[in-house]
Design a protein around this ligand. Structure first.
Ligand code: NDP
Length: 285
């Protein structure tokens, strides 16, 4: 293998330690720990596992954690009333609405109810809009983590050609905005993009968030390209695989994130960093 491995596990550990210190300082300034509230409509095992991992991380880093666990038959009005109450709660600095919501609940309408200053998941349209305008925003955790990896490994983005595969509101679009902000020239690809390889071969930076295992193959990469794989797919044998054919691509790329151990471990710690940022903004610190 010739590519540098962009080690998200190691960087996440480093950032956790730094964030723990920030939370301790914040707790002194506020006279209480910064608090995260998670709103979860019960029924999805993967979502419950994720919520537990966040609860554990809050405990480890010294942040407050509150779970609003709602029955699957919760109505839209009840869900939004919980969010409104958390907006007004002075001990809550961040609100995370666990997605996806079961039908017939409307996620977009629920997200609109979140006070955007407490939107630590970076999903509120005000935050997406601020990001699109290149202004300070609470940025979605997964792309923010990808950018942090690029920054840590001192990957030059200015003036580089970058491709983002995927245009979701939570990964692809914000990643494209962040790359634009970092002065890259960005192409966004999606399921209607003809000849993906032709686009990617033009690019020094390739970020993939499609949820399609093996979508990006080594022959689609320019030698030396930096590859950030956000894909999290469960393989036939139950193992976690990305969207990029890792083994062959690592022979062509200059640097690449592994799956697991790349972008995945970064997501939770970026959530905690957003909690710190939200508390600073809310309390004018
Ligand atoms: P979505 O399903 O919302 O979006 C997928 C995007 O990929 C869409 O824009 C879609 O295009 C595009 N796409 C699908 N097939 C192709 C194709 N053949 N060629 C080009 N583009 C294609 O997924 P998410 O953005 O939510 O997630 C993407 C991946 O990232 C998933 O594997 C998910 O598990 C992972 N993920 C990882 C996280 C982490 O912590 N690392 C966190 C969040 C997500 P179109 O718009 O045309 O449909």
């Amino acid at each position: 293998m010739t590519a540098t491995i962009l080690d998200g596990r190691a960087l996440a550990q480093e950032l956790r330690t730094a964030t723990q210190t920030e939370i301790a300082n914040l707790s002194t300034a506020l006279g209480r720990a910064p608090g995260l509230a998670v709103v979860q409509v019960l029924g999805d095992a993967a979502s419950t596992r994720y919520v537990r991992s966040i609860e554990k991380l809050c405990a480890t880093l010294g942040a407050g954690f509150r779970l609003i666990a709602l029955a699957p038959e919760t109505t839209q009005a009840e869900l939004e009333a919980h969010i409104t109450a958390l907006n007004a709660d002075h001990e809550v600095d961040g609100i995370l609405l666990q997605l996806p919501l079961p039908a017939p609940l409307n996620a977009n309408a629920a997200i609109m109810q979140i006070d955007h200053r407490k939107d630590v998941d970076g999903v509120h349209p005000i935050n997406a809009g601020l990001l699109a305008q290149g202004r300070d925003a609470l940025v979605a955790n997964t792309p923010a983590g990808g950018m942090e990896l690029l920054r840590h490994y001192q990957i030059e983005l200015r003036g580089k050609r970058a491709a983002v595969v995927g245009r979701s509101a939570i990964v692809g679009r914000p990643m494209a905005q962040l790359l634009i902000q970092a002065d890259a020239t960005v192409t966004v690809c999606h399921s209607r993009t003809p000849d993906l390889g032709a686009v990617l071969r033009e690019c020094e930076i390739v970020c993939v968030a499609a949820g399609r295992p093996g979508l990006v193959t080594a022959d689609m990469l320019r030698p030396g390209a930096v590859v950030v794989d956000f894909g999290t797919n469960v393989g036939a044998d139950g193992s976690l695989v990305g969207d990029v054919d890792f083994a062959a691509s690592a022979e062509v790329a200059g640097a690449i994130t592994p799956v697991p151990g790349g972008t995945g471990p970064m997501t939770n710690v970026m959530l905690m960093r957003n909690l710190v940022a939200a508390a600073h903004t809310l309390h004018h610190l």
